[in-house]
Write a protein that binds this ligand. Structure first.
Ligand SMILES: Nc1nc2c(ncn2[C@@H]2O[C@H](COP(=O)(O)OP(=O)(O)OP(=O)(O)O)[C@@H](O)[C@H]2O)c(=O)[nH]1
Ligand SMILES: [Zn+2]
Length: 354
């Protein structure tokens, strides 16, 4: 029997939950979310629960896979109901490709984001940089997982090419087909793990290999049943045999950046470092005199492609930010504000945590 601790519940969470417990509520983690209802694991069972409105504020709650929630248990008269979504420590947020620019939380409370890219196809550097910006922006730890090494003529040089555009990120070469790199992968994955990558990158196949069983539907299975892909926002949270839990997301067609300033700074860490030496604090690294970034390109320390990619993703990020509507922004900011408030409280009252 698995406990909530297997799903990542910890002492800090338990302490901040005491008020809810006093009110007869129990904690649960969302393993699958749909509009208005979700599947949860609680200390005693797996339940299907209705999603209510937030207690104090009366806002409609929108829990997503990975969220910790406060649940009112089922009674003879009513089904189990989610009454609050607990503070998100991390969140993978993308801006969908739609014109209204809806931000969408793909996964909450993730510890490791495994960015999966297939070695069977030519590497697309811009796409890798975009996925890394999304991963860094979540506040979880990104890991680059190159898949299908059995389909590549030279996986080692592919890996060093990726390492060059992924400063500070561990790069692993794997093959679900031969088992190559699986032990190394198991070793670096910790806590709640999400596999993030384009459709067909091999995420589900890799996930099944990590789980040691065919839990997740792979491309071949899905196409054979005749149903189209991407038809549902199906996501599931499954415990891993060596600890931690795996969150399977469907392949992403468009991963627009949302509020990704910090994510971009970390993705392009060497540019962020160089920029400190630019003459102007607000240097845009385009034509400014005394620009350390442009000098690095002239000296051959930085590629023009890399700077162009940085500029392109920054422009896109600024554009989606300007289109995100206020309600959504408030919803996404709420957990962050909670974190900031708690951090301030901790500073003021160091014993607060104990
Ligand atoms: N040769 C080889 N093929 C692989 C490997 N891993 C996955 N594949 C194949 O790649 C295809 C896509 O794999 P999936 O696991 O469905 O990819 P996915 O990333 O989950 O795709 P979506 O569900 O669309 O996001 C399938 O036909 C797999 O059999 C591998 O290590 N080697
Ligand atoms: Zn500059």
């Amino acid at each position: 029997m698995l406990t909530l601790a297997d799903y990542g519940w910890d002492g800090e969470r338990e302490r901040s939950f005491s008020g809810f417990r006093a009110d007869g509520l129990v904690p649960g983690r969302v393993v699958r979310a749909e509009l208005g209802r979700c599947d949860l694991v609680t200390e005693t069972e797996v339940v299907s629960a209705l999603v209510g409105t937030s207690w104090g504020a009366g806002e409609r709650l929108t829990p997503c896979t990975g969220d910790w929630v406060a649940v009112r248990p089922a009674t003879a008269a009513s089904s189990a109901t989610v009454v609050e979504v607990l503070e998100r420590r991390t969140a993978v947020v993308r801006s969908s490709a739609s014109r209204t620019s809806q931000a969408q939380v793909l996964a909450a409370n993730v510890d490791t984001v495994a960015v999966t890219v297939s070695l069977a196809d030519p590497l697309k550097q811009g796409r890798i940089e975009r996925l890394l910006a999304l991963a860094w922006g979540s506040d979880a730890t990104p890991v680059m997982v190159l898949t299908k090494a059995d389909r590549s003529a030279d996986p080692i040089s592919a890996a060093s090419e990726v390492a060059a555009i992924a400063p500070g990120v561990e790069v692993l070469v794997t093959s679900a087909a031969t088992g190559e790199g699986m032990d190394a992968l198991t070793a670096v994955l910790s806590g709640t793990v999400v596999l993030l990558g384009p459709s067909g990158a091999g995420k589900s196949t890799l996930g099944n290999r990590l789980l040691g069983e065919d839990r997740l539907a792979t491309g071949s299975v899905r196409t054979s049943d005749g149903k189209g892909r991407h038809t549902t926002a199906w996501r599931e949270l499954v415990p891993l045999p060596h600890g931690g839990v795996l969150l399977d997301t469907p392949g992403l067609r468009g991963v627009g950046l949302h509020d990704a300033d910090e994510g971009l700074d970390k993705t392009f860490a060497e540019i962020t470092d160089l920029a400190r030496d630019c003459r102007f604090a607000d240097c845009a690294h385009t034509t400014e005199p005394g620009c350390a970034v442009l000098t690095a390109i002239e000296d051959g320390h930085l590629t023009r492609r890399r700077l162009d990619s940085y500029h392109r993703l920054q422009r896109e990020n600024a554009h989606t930010a300007s289109r995100t509507d206020a309600r959504l922004r408030a919803e996404l900011e709420r957990p962050k504000k909670q974190i900031a408030r708690q951090a301030r409280a901790l500073k003021k009252f160091p014993h607060f945590k104990a």
